[in-house]
Write a protein that binds this ligand. Structure first.
Ligand SMILES: NC(=O)c1ccc[n+]([C@@H]2O[C@H](COP(=O)([O-])OP(=O)(O)OC[C@H]3O[C@@H](n4cnc5c(N)ncnc54)[C@H](OP(=O)(O)O)[C@@H]3O)[C@@H](O)[C@H]2O)c1
Length: 226
């Protein structure tokens, strides 16, 4: 399909910025939805009031309060913010996209959907909610569902831990390792499904460009590290 204009909720973050860079590199125009004003940006309030830009051909959502922020205590208020910043933003975009001629709606979720064990999971695997993050993934994915009669392809990428120099986990743990103070996280034996940032952003582009792609995609590298 011809991509004319892509709207990205959370386009200012670690993943969003790399999606924007890839789109710009390919000459595709974009608008980010952000809480802060800036060039090529609209706010969530603008979205609520005026909807998506008229020429929108695809919508992506990668917004969400950072759960790796070491300065934040996991209070009930913080957890509610973690949920709302993902579920409510996804719901707002799902509501707005049906009034456009967009072809694709691609959102992110996490591999926390799957209960960690020795089983190999596929996109078809169904898991019950078992903790806060898995419950979050269920609600996040439900928020992205579009009415059955819409002609818009909906895809959710269940991403592993995203590795890249400019953000995410590597950025959070870089400093202690730089000073020689790094070490195993928890007991170091847990599974850590992961994906490189450039593979993830290309998966987003693949999902919006290819008419046959819809439903769940597991965004993880083929090798398991534990
Ligand atoms: N990084 C990973 O390893 C990983 C793995 C799996 C899933 N994910 C998910 O992917 C998404 C993006 O991750 P990231 O690493 O790019 O995060 P990030 O760098 O912290 O960026 C988060 C983005 O969300 C927006 N945001 C933050 N709090 C918000 C709020 N309360 N309401 C609305 N927007 C808010 C920010 O936009 P403004 O500040 O401009 O408003 C920012 O653009 C998150 O939902 C995350 O859970 C990430």
């Amino acid at each position: 399909m011809t991509l004319k204009h892509v709207v990205i909720g959370g386009g200012t973050g670690f993943i969003g910025t790399q999606i924007v860079n890839l789109l710009s590199h390919k000459g595709i125009s974009y608008t980010c939805i952000s809480r802060m004003p800036g060039p090529n940006r609209i706010s969530w309030h603008d979205l609520e009031c005026y909807g998506l830009p008229e020429n929108t051909t695809a919508v992506i959502n990668v917004a969400g309060q950072n759960i790796l922020d070491p300065k934040q205590r996991w209070s009930e208020g913080f957890k509610q913010n973690v949920i709302n910043s993902r579920v409510e933003t996804t719901k707002s975009l799902a509501k707005a996209i049906i009034y456009t001629k967009a072809d694709a709606f691609v959102t992110i979720s996490g591999v926390s959907y799957y209960k960690p064990n020795d089983k190999e999971y596929t996109e078809e695997s169904k898991c019950e909610k078992y903790d806060f993050l898995s419950k979050l993934c269920h609600e996040w994915e439900a928020a992205a569902q579009l009415p059955k009669d819409s002609n818009i392809r909906q895809t959710t990428i269940r991403s592993g831990v995203v590795l890249g120099k400019t953000g995410g986990m590597i950025k959070q743990i870089y400093l202690p390792f730089f000073f020689g103070l790094g070490g195993p996280i928890a007991n170091g034996n847990q599974y850590m499904p992961w994906i490189h940032i450039s593979d993830l952003v290309n998966l987003f582009l693949f999902s919006i460009e290819n008419k046959t792609v819809h439903g769940i995609l597991n965004g993880v590298a083929p090798q398991v590290i534990n």
